[in-house]
Design a binder for this molecule. Structure first.
Ligand code: GRF
Length: 206
């Protein structure tokens, strides 16, 4: 069974979607560790409620970024994690971590990449930008993580309508409900079943 490490920083609704898929028997995987960058993250409580080991790794508790990434690499290796899932993780990880788990880190981004992504596009900002532009459709993307922010091979995308009176908060919720919570567990399932092949920065599905 695929062993997963999950990185979180906030509410953890995407973590919950993964937990629910596993508990409902739709996803054959085991979460071996939830790592949070914030002590306030409700995601930690969710892990606790489901008996999943959870840990706090804050950048500020380490001398520098390299020490932080080394600690995370050691942690996930000790846990035997075969796939790292960034589920609302608000820290940008650099080469050391990404190279250590090459092609084994996935991220969920709340837009249809390549729109509204890259540096500065995180959390509510993404939905504010979509509303400012007046797009009629937005959505979510699950992709492999590479050294370039939000630019790795795309695994799954799902579109969501933008409605006339949407606020960033309302749109964020709809994107989560209609897209994120569906495609993140589905992407993990495809990875677990060895059905994702990366070829020239694109994902081919078997
Ligand atoms: C989600 O919108 C995710 O796409 C983004 O951060 C949010 C995290 O939400 N990267 P949650 O912590 O999973 O509830």
């Amino acid at each position: 069974m695929l062993k997963i490490g999950v990185l979180v920083s906030g509410g953890g609704t995407n973590l919950q979607a993964i937990i629910d898929s596993i508990e409902q028997g739709k996803l054959s995987a085991q979460i071996v560790s939830v790592v949070s960058s914030s002590v306030k993250a409700f995601a930690l409580k969710r892990a606790e409620r489901h008996g999943i080991p959870a840990y706090l790794y804050r950048k500020k508790d380490f001398n520098n970024n390299s020490d932080y990434e080394k600690a995370l690499i050691t942690h996930f290796n000790e846990k035997g994690a075969e796939l790292i899932v960034m589920a609302g993780f608000m820290v940008i990880l650099e080469n050391e971590f990404i190279n250590a788990f090459e092609n084994r880190i996935i991220n969920i981004h709340p837009s249809l990449i390549p729109s509204f992504c890259g540096e500065g596009f995180y959390g509510l900002n993404v939905h504010e930008a979509a509303l400012d532009k007046g797009v009629k459709v937005t959505g979510a993307t699950v992709h492999f993580v590479t050294n370039e922010t939000d630019a790795g091979p795309i695994i799954l995308q799902k579109a969501v309508d933008v409605l006339d009176n949407d606020t960033p908060e309302v749109l964020q919720r709809r994107v989560m409900e209609e897209a994120e919570w569906a495609i993140l567990p589905e992407a993990i399932r495809l990875f677990a079943e060895n059905r994702l092949v990366i070829d020239k920065n694109k994902v081919r599905r078997l």
